[in-house]
Design a protein around this ligand. Structure first.
Ligand code: KIV
Length: 272
């Protein structure tokens, strides 16, 4: 159990900003369903992200682009039913906020109203400033997402580290400052050089949560299915696997199949 779990009954956006002030690191993991969210929440994880990575992990799509707003709401409401303590942030999916601020607000309202989530996350910097403002004006907290933004994968062309060049790094710093000024309560920084991420975290008063952004930021996020080794094809350098569930589950399933086929399951004590 983390120290944070003892200290904070329920995580709010204010808790996260206070944690940054105190130099306390923030833990964040993804969940897309009730059972997983129950375990993640019960483990003392501060923030649960209902990420659009559900598009990859749950639906098997190659990118995050196909997942719809209705599908995100379905995942988010399953997660919300499991929560006692964690703050639940939900990704606005691709196509639900990029066209104009009114549509962005409508999408964010649907997420909050239909799922009961606590905040939304949006990818991008200055190009989505007006949409962020509009959502914030409606009282909906917004988490930013900069660096490698998977919804723009076809613009980038690859999943390699972002902002290695000076010009892109300068743009990233500018966007981070702008997101803070606009009113975002935290920013996810994905796959950028550790030194750059640390310097941004030091410039901002809101928490920077990293994924592949080194240890000098205010918290870390991973995709749960990757960190518990349920997935095994995806092996980026930033990923620490805490379990090898792919192997463990494969063993269990094949043992079950063998037992069924041999007539060893169910045994005497497993029947009525
Ligand atoms: O969708 C997601 O899981 C994310 C994390 C990788 C930050 O955005």
């Amino acid at each position: 159990m983390s120290t944070a779990k003892k200290e904070y009954k329920r995580i709010t956006i204010k808790t996260l900003v206070d944690m940054k002030k105190k130099g306390e690191k923030i833990s964040m993991l993804t969940a897309y369903d009730y059972t997983m969210a129950k375990i993640v929440d019960g483990s003392g994880i501060d923030v649960i992200l209902v990420g659009d990575s559900a598009s990859n992990v749950m639906a098997g799509h190659e990118t995050t682009l196909p997942i719809t707003l209705d599908q995100m709401i379905y995942h988010a409401s399953s997660v919300i039913r499991a929560i006692d303590r964690s703050l639940v942030v939900v990704d606005l999916p691709f196509g639900s906020y990029q066209s104009d601020p009114k549509e962005a607000l409508r999408s964010a309202i649907r997420i909050m109203k239909e799922s009961g989530a606590h905040a939304v996350k949006m990818e991008g910097g200055k190009e989505i400033k007006e949409s962020i403002k509009r959502i914030l004006n409606a009282g909906i907290p917004v988490m930013g997402h900069l660096g490698l933004t998977p919804q723009s994968i076809y613009k980038f062309g690859t999943y390699t580290v972002r902002a290695k060049e000076e010009q892109e790094a300068a743009q990233l710093v500018e966007d981070a400052l702008l997101l803070e000024k606009t009113g975002c309560f935290a920013i996810v920084m994905e796959k950028i050089p550790a030194k750059l991420a640390q310097s941004i975290a030091e410039k901002l008063t809101i928490p920077v949560i990293g994924i592949g952004a080194g240890s000098g930021v205010d918290g870390q996020v991973l995709v749960t299915h990757d960190m518990i080794g349920m997935t095994h094809e995806f092996n980026p350098r930033f990923l620490r696997r805490y379990l090898d569930l792919y192997s463990e589950m494969t063993k269990a399933f094949s043992q079950y199949s063998t037992d069924v086929k041999r007539g060893d399951f169910p045994n005497e004590s497993e029947q009525y």
